[in-house]
Design a protein around this ligand. Structure first.
Ligand code: SF4
Length: 262
């Protein structure tokens, strides 16, 4: 159960982050999230992607109903149960052609301000790994992205609510609209190794599938996590990485870019 996992993490004073749509949450998990822990560091990040119910249903392919208000209510329950920053409440918003008009963006900023969201982060959706480039970021046109970016940046300046508005943009040379697949060398295995559903340890979640079996670090049914984690062979790793057709997500791309440029 997630409660057991969070309890263990908190007992060991480990920072945790939960990424969720928050369609439902039990009171006992809320109690756990707002008790103890690391204030200002533990966080819960909710995929919102809409400013009203109609847009939410469209973006999340829900035929009917008012799931959006339910999600907002769940956020409000967490915010009201604890004090600000425990956990940090983050709403994420992936811009696409259907949700990037000014009216919808204004609505989400207003609603998030009202219910205790601390950070609202706008970004661009990325389709799953291993695409060949074209259309990788094609869920929003350049024009709409540019307009949305300008509007959000204006809101960042005028916003006076206790809500921080963030916009994750990309370096010009990098990945916007599929110009770049990845940045090497790859440091992902040291920062966000991923365990695939096949029980293998992989360098990142983008490649945690059979398709990238050459990048497997270890079979965790045979070797422990930490032994696998530190069993690093530079030449082998480099060769497999160069031959791989993997494609970084934005987190990996940003980290690899920053480390490369140090
Ligand atoms: S997708 Fe990126 S982060 Fe993942 S293994 Fe490939 S280069 Fe590394």
């Amino acid at each position: 159960m997630i409660e057991n996992l969070i309890s263990v993490v908190k007992d060991h004073k480990i920072i945790y982050g939960i990424h969720t749509k928050l369609l439902q949450i039990q009171d006992r998990l809320i109690d756990l999230l707002v008790t103890g822990g690391r204030e200002g560091e533990d966080y819960i990040s909710i995929s919102l992607d809409a400013g009203d119910s109609a847009t939410y249903n469209q973006v999340h392919s829900i035929p009917r109903g008012n799931v959006f208000e339910k999600v907002l209510d769940n956020i409000r329950r967490i915010a009201q149960a604890g004090k600000r920053g425990l956990p940090k409440i983050v709403a994420t918003y992936l811009l696409d052609d259907n949700n990037s008009d000014e009216e919808t963006l204004s609505k989400v900023i207003e609603r998030c301000s009202q219910i205790g969201v601390e950070y609202l982060r706008f970004s661009i959706p990325q389709l799953p790994y291993c695409s060949n480039g074209d259309g990788d970021y094609g869920l929003i046109s350049m024009k709409k992205l540019s307009d949305a970016r300008e509007f959000i940046q204006k809101q960042q300046k005028v916003n006076s609510a206790p809500l921080e508005i963030l916009f994750t943009d990309f370096p010009h040379e990098s990945i916007t609209f599929g110009l770049k697949k990845r940045v090497l060398p790859c440091h992902a295995r040291w920062m966000f190794p991923a365990i695939g559903i096949d029980g293998f340890l992989y360098p990142c979640c983008q490649v945690a599938t059979e398709e990238f079996k050459e990048l497997r670090i270890a079979d965790l049914s045979k070797v422990g996590f930490w032994d696998s984690f530190y069993a690093y062979e530079y030449q082998k790793d480099r060769m497999f990485m160069l031959n791989s057709n993997c494609k970084c997500d934005r987190k990996a791309l940003e980290v690899n870019t920053k480390l490369r440029d140090i």
